[in-house]
Design a protein around this ligand. Structure first.
Ligand code: PEP
Ligand code: MN
Length: 243
């Protein structure tokens, strides 16, 4: 698979400030990474935790895109954030794991992107079967067929990794649908030492791409600091999968 068709998305778990986003965009585009991710409205387990920078981060993303040409991706979680992200020209919208079976939201993002066919990345819910995952995609695809499935690990019992990377079901999703299937290795692993080997496994399996969390200063990231890698490591992975 050529670098043109292998999807590669990298960037911080969360957009924290404009300098971090600009620095990330510059570093990633220098490497050749075509798409930058950053969470703007974070779905946090604890309501008292920091909830993301919010609407202002759209400006940081737009600014970084204008400066570097990198495409942008962010998570949307309701009608308001869908509308704002589209208005700001975000190139890829994604639906997070926690919302992956919210059928009203899935229809809504489908309808909102129907005209321009903006790609919608659908994360797999942390407990969904293949049928549930594909069914969820169908709700978006009713309006916008440009859906990309994203495996991000399923719940397991082991305390050693955050989730279990389920390449088997990701591959079945590809066999049983016409959607592209990518893998978010960061939320599956939950630790940095598995990002490189699992990325190689994704590439070797013939799946369509990767989403990887990367931060200019991973140890001091405001969210998911234990799983974000630096740009040097991103470069190593990108160069290893691009041909
Ligand atoms: C994320 O990508 O930052 C995220 C919260 O992922 P997930 O919805 O897969 O947990
Ligand atoms: Mn994260």
């Amino acid at each position: 698979m050529s670098s043109k068709s292998f999807i590669f998305i990298a960037g911080p778990c969360a957009a924290e400030n404009s300098a971090q986003i600009m620095q990330t965009a510059k570093a990633l585009s220098k490497i050749g990474v075509p798409i930058m991710r950053a969470g703007i409205w974070k779905p946090r387990t604890n309501p008292n935790d920091w909830q993301g920078a919010g609407d202002i981060a759209l400006d940081w993303m737009t600014e970084a895109k204008k400066k570097t040409g990198i495409l942008t991706a962010t998570e949307v979680k309701d009608s308001r954030t869908i509308e704002l992200a589209i208005k700001a020209g975000i190139d890829y919208l994604w639906i997070g794991s926690r919302n992956a079976q919210n059928y009203a939201l899935l229809e809504e993002v489908g309808r909102a992107t129907a005209e321009n066919k903006t790609p919608v990345i659908l994360k797999r819910s942390m407990s969904s079967s293949l049928a549930e995952w594909l069914g969820g995609a169908g709700y978006v695809a009713k309006y916008n067929p440009n859906v990309i499935l994203c495996e991000r690990g399923i719940r397991g019992y082991s305390p050693d990794t955050r989730n279990i990377l389920d390449l088997q079901t990701a591959y079945l999703a590809k066999l049983q649908s016409n959607y592209k299937v990518i893998v978010d290795v960061s939320h599956a692993a939950g630790r940095t030492d598995l990002i490189f080997p699992m990325s190689m496994a994704v590439k070797a399996s013939g799946l369509d791409g990767l989403m990887i969390e990367a931060h200019p200063d991973p140890k001091n990231a405001k969210t998911d600091s234990f799983q974000q890698i630096d740009f040097k490591e991103i470069k190593k992975i990108f160069n290893a999968v691009k041909n």
